[in-house]
Design a protein around this ligand. Structure first.
Ligand code: HEC
Length: 156
């Protein structure tokens, strides 16, 4: 049986397009199989960024006690400040213009006496000198400092 060259060509083309279709199908499959994991990754990333940006909520009532235990020596019982020891937190513009996270970062780090931005030339020790304070503790303290400023602003 003799196959005409034209038919041979057509068969070849058919086979080629079949191979082509297979490649498309395979790559399509692999794309499909990889896409769930890609979207899982994306979901994981989203979760991570959400948990990172989730704000820790401070409780002023807890912060009050923590402030009394760790900060009043230098900042006074009402956060009014103690000369040559600690800044006035009632009217501090730095406090008013900072976010909770910024204040927590500041308290965590403290400020050395020779820091050029130190206005009192007295050191603020990291965490007020109590390394045991947790991040949650610091948010509680910041919530209490917010209350101090609010109370002061309202003239109470
Ligand atoms: C040993 C004394 C000391 C202790 C304890 C201390 N601080 Fe301070 N704090 C300072 C001094 C001094 C400054 C002012 C630094 C400056 O002038 O830059 C300051 C500044 C601050 C400021 C910034 C105020 C501003 O306007 O710049 C905040 C907020 C603050 N302290 C919070 C706290 C908290 C909260 C605690 C307790 C966990 C604490 N401090 C414990 C000495 C202290």
């Amino acid at each position: 049986m003799s196959v005409s060259p034209l038919l041979k060509l057509a068969l070849k083309a058919g086979a080629l397009s079949l191979v082509g279709a297979l490649i498309v199908a395979i790559s399509g499959c692999s794309r499909n199989s990889s896409s769930p994991s890609a979207s899982q990754n994306q979901a994981a990333n989203t979760t991570a960024s959400v948990s990172k940006s989730t704000t820790i909520v401070g409780t002023p009532e807890k912060g009050k006690q923590l402030f009394a235990d760790n900060c009043t020596t230098c900042h006074g019982t009402q956060g009014q400040g103690v000369s040559h020891l600690g800044a006035d937190l009632q009217t501090s513009r730095f406090v008013a213009s900072s976010t909770d996270a910024q204040l927590v970062a500041f308290i965590e780090q403290g400020r050395s006496a020779d820091d050029p931005v130190n206005t009192m030339h007295v050191a603020m020790p990291p965490k007020g000198g109590n390394p045991a304070l947790t991040t949650q503790n610091l948010y509680d303290i910041v919530a209490f400092i917010r209350q101090i400023q609010k109370t002061h602003a309202e003239g109470r």
